[in-house]
Ligand binder design. Sequence first.
Ligand SMILES: [Zn+2]
Length: 257
Amino acid sequence: MKRILLILLFGVVLLNPVGSATELVMLDIGHSMQSRGATSPDRKLSECAFWYKNAGEVKREIEAAGYRCIICNRSSAPPREPYASYAKKAGVVHLNKPDTGVRYPSKYFPARIGAGMVSADFGIEQKPTCMVFLHLNSTEGWLRSPVAGLIIHSRVHGKALGESLKRAFNEELLDHSDGVSNGGKGCRTIVRYRKEETASGWLNALDDAGIPSAVIEALYVNNRVHAAYLLTDAGGKKVAQTVAHGIINWLTNRDKN
Ligand SMILES: [Zn+2]
């Protein structure tokens, strides 16, 4: 009898995810399908379209680890397929503020200014454990020389989250050895925070609210190797899982830091 109880107990521990179902991870899909953010020079890849396709996989992994997850976007639901279906399937909450690119203040911390601030304000209202903004990076034209990918984190509360995301990208995703990953040299990701009062307004607003936050800018739409990879189903899924692992690793190791 005792042995059966032990086996049952073991089964319950195994089947139950480790995370706390009361804790919430907020994700934000950057930009809008009307104004898609960074786009590859051949126009095949944009950061907004990429994350509509793949944010659901980040959410799935986070929920599988036992946490709640909400995805939001500053604009209205994409009217066209396949993005309409991606948004519906991932349960994206659309905040319906036209995305004009104009910067405006946070309603909670008016000194903090940014385009798409409605997302940070929505995040603050939900009282999440952390918030991660999903973007891709770009420079002018196709990249010819290596540029480090960025994870930008909120200055006071986001450092450990940023480091965890960086580690996930460097250890799980980027190839540092093959000589072609980033215009001639292996890729890497570094962390930054913004100290300016007005730049990265979302991160500063969330920091004021005491919420750890980060922006994913680790991959480049104008790096040919990155772009080709990001456009495949398997590549998109792997990137999404890498983001999820960076968040989950931070959630599970928080108390040890
Ligand atoms: Zn962006």
